[in-house]
Design a binder for this molecule. Structure first.
Ligand SMILES: [Cu+2]
Length: 357
């Protein structure tokens, strides 16, 4: 088995491994019945407790080094706040943790996750959370309905590894999501993800404003444009320019880069592409199967992908939704600025010196 396929096997997990195997294996207490076509999952015994360290995009919490399951307490606060959507354009965002996208949450497969959702006392609306990694009705939505000034809690077992979207699911759900209420939660496989030099958090979402793209001032939400799926803005990390100029992602030539890429929608799917490189590894839809040598990966609304690559020459690599008018006219554009020495054998301008001789 090659190193790469070995890595894939660990991430694929027992359930898919067993796809062709016979069903009906004997269950040992507390174990997962890996031989079932559809795995029978048993919650793990956990020990200890820790509070999750959350991060705002594009930062990602450090990889988990624990080799056992624990109880993880996640303290997440919903805040309605006015912020900049584009230069000169303001918007009243509804957020998880004060940012769009919401705080990045990182847990380990097997962990018991206790979500404490607080709704800021100055907020106007009730809010809740639906986490796509949760096994249970509504993904936690019903039991986390929280009025302003209140806190709710619920607990779930992180059984499936992968990268998951969470979002508000308070009616009207589309409005809460269109105002920025989404984020990513990573359930690391027990073996952890392979080490890389940089991990970044990027999430796409679109905004439906009364005023046309670029119209300055505080902009109200436009329900009809949302129904028609005609956004004025399609952005990464909550604003036009959130990943350009001084806010560009940074790496060096030869370093490996992993992007946890989500799509909050609420309507559009993303054709995610990095101009100037080929994606070495992609976990499509944030799941357990690994693909290689990918140019553009499709990320559904309410979905995610993990992508990895290693820039070989310096320069600016451009993250886009390759539905390209969104990138160059509506905001779905970010930069990875790569420094280091040129590598003319990989790429250079002009003809090959020996050519034509
Ligand atoms: Cu909400």
């Amino acid at each position: 088995m090659t190193k790469r396929s070995a890595r894939r096997m660990t991430w694929v997990g027992a359930g898919v491994l067993a796809a062709g195997a016979f069903a009906g294996a004997v269950l040992s207490m507390g174990a997962t019945r890996a031989h079932e076509r559809v795995p029978v999952r048993e919650p793990e015994r956990v020990r200890g407790v820790e509070v999750a360290r959350l991060t705002a995009a594009p930062a990602v919490p450090a990889p988990i080094t624990r080799d056992y399951a624990t109880k993880v307490v996640v303290n997440l606060e919903v805040v309605e706040k006015e912020m900049e959507l584009a230069p000169g354009v303001r918007y009243n965002f509804w957020t998880f943790g004060g940012t769009v996208p919401g705080s990045f949450i990182r847990v380990r497969q097997g962990d018991q996750v206790e979500i404490h959702l607080t709704n800021d006392m100055h907020d106007q609306m009730p809010h809740n959370i639906d986490i796509h990694a949760v096994s249970g009705p509504g993904g936690g939505a019903k039991v986390s309905m929280t009025m302003p000034g209140q806190t709710s809690a619920f607990t779930w077992s992180a059984e499936h590894p992968g990268l998951y979207v969470y979002h508000c699911a308070t009616a009207p759900v589309g409005v809460h999501m269109a105002n920025g209420m989404y984020g990513l939660l990573l359930v690391e496989p027990k073996e952890g993800l392979p080490a890389v030099d940089h991990e970044f958090y990027v999430m796409q979402g679109e905004f439906y404003t009364k005023g046309k793209n670029g119209e300055p001032g505080l902009q109200a939400f436009d329900y009809q444009k949302a129904l028609d799926e005609r956004p004025e803005y399609v952005v990464f990390n909550g604003a036009v320019g959130s990943l350009t100029g001084e806010k560009a992602l940074q790496s060096k030539v030869g370093e490996s880069v992993r992007i946890f890429m989500g799509n909050g929608g609420p309507n559009l799917v993303s054709s995610f592409h990095v101009i100037g490189t080929v994606l070495d590894n992609v976990y499509p839809e944030g799941g357990s199967v690994e693909e290689h040598d990918v140019q553009t990966t499709l990320i559904p609304a309410g979905g995610a992908a993990i992508v990895e690559f290693r820039p070989q020459v310096p320069g600016d690599y451009v993250l886009v939704d390759h539905s390209i008018f969104r990138a160059f006219s509506k905001g779905a554009l970010g930069m990875l600025h790569v420094t280091g020495t040129d590598n003319p054998l990989v790429y250079h301008g002009g003809a090959t010196p020996a050519a034509g001789k």
